[in-house]
Structure formats: structure tokens, C-alpha cells
Design a binder for this molecule. Structure first.
Ligand code: ING
Length: 319
């Protein structure tokens, strides 16, 4: 029997540096209301969905930086979203900057939570792959200082029960790393939710920047197909404080097909009815991991961080 669910990517347009959380939360609630009207029972909001993408700035003053963070859960300003979702019986994924004290020290993560239709937090994920730099880079119009403002996530890539299936989460740059999807694929994930903030000037090479949309879709389509899972990607896009960011939020099937995509760079709800059983035929045939994978051959993936010497390299004389 099919496990059909109507889900949505809730794309956000720009969030101004001066925009209050209350104002942003009102926008999230409007998208949630539209999701309710269109019959969706789960909504994916973007990465760092409560504030402007603040890693584009250099903050020397810690108090000024901390303005952009929440505790382990979003603060009171976000309460209207949690209440509206619970009242509507809609679950959601929400990205935010998390500042917590653990073992006596302050830790900062780029975090996402999944909240079920009853308002319970059923998943927490902290972004593992932090792009950009720890130190400001000379000559950049906009910095990308996630390595300065966050630690790599320490929760792994959890998969948990949700929507009557198996759900997992990524955040932005994670979607470019096949290992991230595969760790969830090895937990039989059926729906991967992710938010992103993707500046179009990130790379120092314009021949790469012009392919941002292609690389965005390629990364998520490949992750979906190679792990026979649905992927929902929700962008914060548009020109945000001068920085043009990719939109193109989309919903991708286990076949790798894009079944719905945003057409604006503003607040836009992208809806689709998905069948959580769609990945099953792939997992029973050529992506039957237990039958086909050869972990012994993949050791380098875990043992090495960066490229190293060729294995079993024979010198010309030995060949
Ligand atoms: N943003 C970007 C992303 O991975 C980036 C950074 C852009 C990396 C373009 C590579 C190419 O979509 C975040 N926040 O990770």
C-alpha cells in the first residue's frame, strides 16, 4: 500500500539584517498557512531561517554575534510558528543558529530540528560540513565565515521515525558530500530534508559560480537517486543585503527526478504529494546495499581526510 504524504519546501526570500525575528516568524507562519490550505502535513524551512545569513559578516564583538543565535530551541519569538504548526497538525524542519553550554563551555552549531505534527522535537541535526573560512578573506565582497561561527556538528547523521517513514536531515553544504547521504542510506532513510543559503559568489571562479543552480540540483538529485530517498531542499534566496543567493527550492524523488521546483526568489511554497514507498523498488534491486556494496574496498573514505598517495602504486620498473 502506498504511503502518500503531501509535503512542502517553504522557500524564503531575503531576510534583512535589520529584520526582527517576529517579522520573519510571521513570514514562516504565512507559508505554513498556505501549506495547510494546500493540504501539506510537513514543511521544510531553510537553513538559518530566523535571521539574515550572518556568516557573510565579520563580528569582533561576541555579544553582537550572539544576537543571531538561539538556545537549543528557537526562542519565544518563534512560539507563534510552533503553536500554529501544532494547531494545524503540520510537522516541520527548521534551521537556526544554536548556542548552547555543554560541559562548561559555549558551543555554537548550525542546527536544524524536525518537529512532528504534535509539536514534539523528533530530530536534531548539527551541520557537519562547514564551507568557507575561519578567517576573513581579503578581497571578498561578502565573507563566508561558517568555520568561524560554528563548530562541525557532533550528532552524526541521525535517521528517525517520522511521517510514517524514516527521515533524515542535512544542512546546505552537506548536500554536496555523498558520504552524508550514504550514512543515512545505510539507515534506510526515505526522506531527507535540508535547508540552504547558497550565495552565488561563493567560489572565487566565476565559471563555477555560474553553475550554482546546476550544482545545487545535481547534488540533491544524485543523493536522492543513489540512496533511493526523497529529498526536499528549501532555499533562502534572492538578494539579501546585497548578496545574491540561489533560490530554486525543490522536491526530488528517489528516481532523481525533480517533481516540483520554485520559480521565484521570494517567499514561495513548493508542494508535492510524495509516496514514501517509491524508493523500495530501487532498494530491492540495484541499490540493495546489503547485496551489492563492498565496504572493504571503501576504507580510504573513512581513513583519509584529504587526497594521499595512490594505493599499491607500482613504479614503472615494477609494472
Ligand atoms: N552555503 C553554500 C552551499 O554549500 C557553497 C556554500 C556555495 C559551497 C557554493 C560551494 C559552492 O550551498 C552554505 N551555507 O553551505
Amino acid at each position: 500500500m502506498a504511503r502518500k504524504r503531501t509535503v512542502a519546501a517553504a522557500q524564503l526570500g531575503p531576510i534583512a539584517l535589520s529584520e526582527s525575528r517576529a517579522s520573519v516568524v510571521a513570514r514562516l507562519c504565512a507559508l505554513l498557512a498556505e501549506a495547510r490550505a494546500r493540504g501539506a502535513t510537513f514543511v521544510v524551512f531553510p537553513e538559518l531561517a530566523l535571521t539574515t545569513f550572518f556568516p557573510r559578516y565579520v563580528f569582533e564583538d561576541e555579544a553582537e554575534l550572539d544576537r543571531f543565535y538561539e538556545g537549543s530551541l528557537p526562542g519565544p519569538d518563534a512560539a507563534p510558528l510552533f503553536e500554529a504548526a501544532r494547531e494545524a497538525g503540520i510537522g516541520f524542519y527548521l534551521g537556526f543558529a544554536e548556542r548552547v553550554e555543554e560541559a562548561g563551555r559555549i558551543r555554537r552549531f548550525n542546527t536544524a530540528i524536525t518537529v512532528d505534527a504534535a509539536g514534539r522535537v523528533i530530530g536534531r541535526y548539527r551541520k557537519v560540513h562547514l564551507p568557507g573560512h575561519a578567517e576573513p578573506q581579503p578581497g571578498r565582497a561578502f565573507q563566508h565565515l561558517e568555520k568561524r561561527y560554528f563548530e562541525p556538528g557532533n550528532l552524526g547523521f541521525p535517521v528517525f521515525e517520522g511521517l510514517g517513514g524514516k527521515m533524515g536531515m542535512l544542512i546546505c553544504n552537506d548536500r554536496r558530500w555523498p558520504e552524508a547521504y550514504r550514512v543515512m542510506g545505510l539507515q534506510d532513510v526515505e526522506l531527507v530534508c535540508l535547508g540552504y543559503n547558497t550565495p552565488l559568489d561563493h567560489a572565487d571562479h566565476e565559471e563555477i559560480n555560474v553553475l550554482s543552480g546546476f550544482h545545487n540540483a545535481l547534488s540533491m538529485q544524485a543523493g536522492a537517486y543513489q540512496n533511493a530517498t526523497w529529498v526536499i531542499g528549501a532555499a533562502k534566496g534572492g538578494r539579501e543585503e546585497g548578496s545574491l543567493m540561489l533560490a530554486e527550492s525543490c522536491i526530488i524523488a528517489p528516481s532523481g527526478q525533480i517533481v516540483a521546483q520554485a520559480t521565484t526568489m521570494e517567499d514561495e511554497l513548493v508542494c508535492a504529494t510524495i509516496d514514501l514507498d517509491m524508493g523500495r523498488p530501487y532498494k530491492e534491486t540495484f541499490f540493495d546495499f546489503a547485496r551489492h556494496r563492498e565496504p572493504e574496498a571503501y576504507r580510504l573514505i573513512v581513513e583519509r581526510k584529504g587526497p594521499g598517495p595512490m594505493l599499491g602504486a607500482k613504479s614503472a620498473s615494477e609494472a
